[in-house]
Design a protein around this ligand. Sequence first.
Ligand code: SF4
Length: 188
Amino acid sequence: MKRRTFIQAMVAGGAVSAFGGLGINLSRAAQQTEAFKLDKATITTSICCYCAVGCGILVWSNPQTKRAINIEGDPDHPTNGGTLCPKGASMWQTTENPRRVTSVLYRAPGSSQWEEKSWDWALPRIAQKIKDTRDKGFETKNAKGQTVNRTTAIASVGSAALDTEEGWLYQAILRSLGMVYIESHARI
Ligand code: SF4
């Protein structure tokens, strides 16, 4: 039995015993709780997107609409043990926010307008831009004649939403391109 399930069972059992002693029957109330919106929700584990502490979260989502309906700290996560700071506790607003950007937006050079584009359009273009910039600025030797095989024309600022393994994979890909300016920021 997981810690969360155990605590829920203890609380429910304690409440029924306590109120039973007062002659109050909680069985109907217990039946009604079955209709709570979280009962049939899908629970997914994830990590808070805000800072490098990397608190674990549980996301409840509606299986039909696939929309998030609740986010809480994960009590089984070793980093936060179920707690969240106020910023993390408000994370639900990042998923259910009408102002959230959900598609590729492109602003052409010199333009003041954003255009909506598909990922099929964007990904090959990003790859081509990276290759062109890398090839144009690639250095095989430094000023002392030492072999460096690097490009200083591109930099990367990583995200705190990456865990350790993802971060390692990401920097390995960047280094394979010859990039040396690789940084991570805890608040992106
Ligand atoms: S923003 Fe708060 S909840 Fe999120 S990882 Fe940082 S400390 Fe944890």
